[in-house]
Design a protein. Sequence first.
Length: 453
Amino acid sequence: MLYLKSPSLACAAALTAVSFFHASAFAEPDRSALLAQYEDVGQQTLEFAPAVLMPAAEAELLDQQFTNNSTDQGDLWDRIRKGFAIQELNNPLVANHSFWYGARPEGVQRTAQRASRYLFHVVQELEKRQMPTELALLPFIESGFNPQAYSHAKAAGMWQFIPSTGRSFNLQQNAFRDDRRDVLASTDAALTYLQRLHRMFGDWQLALAAYNWGEGSVMRAIARAKAAGRPIDYNSLSAYMPAETRNYYPKLQALKNVIASPAQFSVKLPPIENKPYFVSVKKTRDIDLKLAAELAELPMEEFKALNPQFNSPVITGSSETQILLPTSNAQKFSENLTNWKQALSSWTSHKVTIARERIESIAARFQTTPQVIRSANAIPANMQPKAGSTLVVPKTTLGSEMNIGQDITENSVLALEPDSLSFRPSRQQSSVKRQPAASPYGRPAQRKPAARQ
């Protein structure tokens, strides 16, 4: 999870992990020269802490061209091990965390199984950028490889972006979607951020410390170490780190140790084929989330696991909208879409323009019930939408071919306030903006956040 207060350093995300050092593959640049370029960073303040019919041609499959070596025979775990390139860290903390993982092999196995949907894509993107494959393991630490993870600090997705950092990477966050949970977009942002940190510090371990603690914090620790005549490696700087950062890379090194030698830790990693798990499909027209899953012949749980960014019961189409489907289901989706002769979307949008416009009156206008409106928009029973909010509502004419416009989607917000007719708020209570909370349409469950500094 990342927090940035410096516009000049606005970027975020992350990845990482642990094992054998291949200096010839990933040579470290001159760290002293790089750090000299960023001496002023230490003075900055940073924290890290529906109804349309779609032609079959629209279901165009993407991302099906892969390099020859991306589908070599063998297990993906072997491919990851071969790409380990970060210098090993050995200290008591690594030993402690290695023991912790070894004492919980079932937990490691469950997380690895969940990761099997995403790992090939992450590894492939790392190799394209010539980055160490240990970095593919960071979501184990950050989110348990759960793209729907959401912390009390408002960090979301596999890479745990907070809202401001996500916006700095152009990750859309609106009433219809949250790209911090998008598998493709968030991974791209995470890798970009790690590359920048590595260029700044010239050392992957320090880059990862900066991801957890913040660039400014690491720079100040380096300055203190230099003033004291101490080295500026991770172990030496740990004396200046808070407990979480001091343990951060050791956790990743320990996980790397487990992946390198699972039998030594009594862990049986699930086999993951060294080939793509999913392909992407363009969606230029609106389609109901439930219908998309049905046409792909996927359980809703699996569809959401691959497409957790969608907040509402409708996927709004655009030239940039994509859905991810397992390779075995993409063709089924295309064929079923060709044969589908009914409306694709049963939802449209409504902007609340009148102060105190209630859900009950909106429901009556769109010939539905308040419960339907609340469920579709994840609005609690004691809350009402504020003026300026965009709601998803049922279409009153299912034959309508009008889609929700891209301008509406990109500028949509949903802000809530206490229902004055339900209870009288105390002085401490104020208007609140809805967070991505529990919803039947893919909003993430809450999880306890890490105690980031």
